[in-house]
Design a protein around this ligand. Sequence first.
Ligand SMILES: [Zn+2]
Length: 317
Amino acid sequence: MPAVETVLGPVPADRLGNVDAHEHVFLRTPVNPGDEFLDPGKATAELTAVARSGIQAVVDLTPVGLGRQPRQLAEVSRATGLHIIAATGYHRAAHYHDSHWARHADEQTLLNVLLADLRTGMDAHDWEFPWPEPTGHKAGIIKLGASYQRVSPIEQRWFTAGAAAARQTGAPVAVHTETGTAAHAILDLLDQHGVPAHRVMLAHTDRNPDPELHADLIARGACLVYDTIGRIKYRPDSVVLDLIEHIANAGKLDHLCLGTDIGRKSAFTAYGGGPGMDVLGREFIPRLQRRIGPDGVNIILQQAPQTFLTCTESGQA
Ligand SMILES: [Zn+2]
């Protein structure tokens, strides 16, 4: 059975259980000043609620430079019993100050950072210090990001590094789409760099709730991640249920994952906010069960993540 790399080591894909495919355990970004969350105790409390809601594995898509704390992440995994898959990679450009080293590093350095996180273990200080301190807690997925309607020039450099790391390690790739845009361009670019669509997860596609577009992206082989569950300012969750019903009717639920992607302290229950990271299991999954039944839910929470989070065997694809 192929394995998925978690912060506590490889886990057979069929042992992951129900997967929440897009979260952030710790995050700090200039995009949301004052809304960072870096407290391990509060993270443990939040993810304990996630575990109680029926989720057994969480994909933490916090990439390089946005507050990753690998040792604390491993502690949260041990304390909660949740499998946690961590990310390396580079987010969309807005998440990095002009002075951040990732904007100025050469291509080999950009790639070496990713390979170190994937093969040796994530750097203890998230690459803020001049010398690395590998923790032994490996990243299991490569996260990239695109801007609204385009992949900007600096993001294209990061895509080049991310795709090279994916080719060399076999790690899966997840890409932030801004409001669900530029998804075809993202798949085109990765394909040009040797990463086919069937190894790519497209985050936030539910921000652009266009069922025809989504069917086309699935037809190319990509996995959609509907990850704004419970964030009602974007649209009611019933719209996401409608989108999922479209995919169910097409028999393509094995190309869909779910998450909440809460990126602000003010949305965490542990910090006194809402809806909380457990809103997926607590509120949305019961509604989804009523819509598409337990077998369909199992495909989304287990079968699709097993496929798309697995490292390819050769690592030289
Ligand atoms: Zn995210």
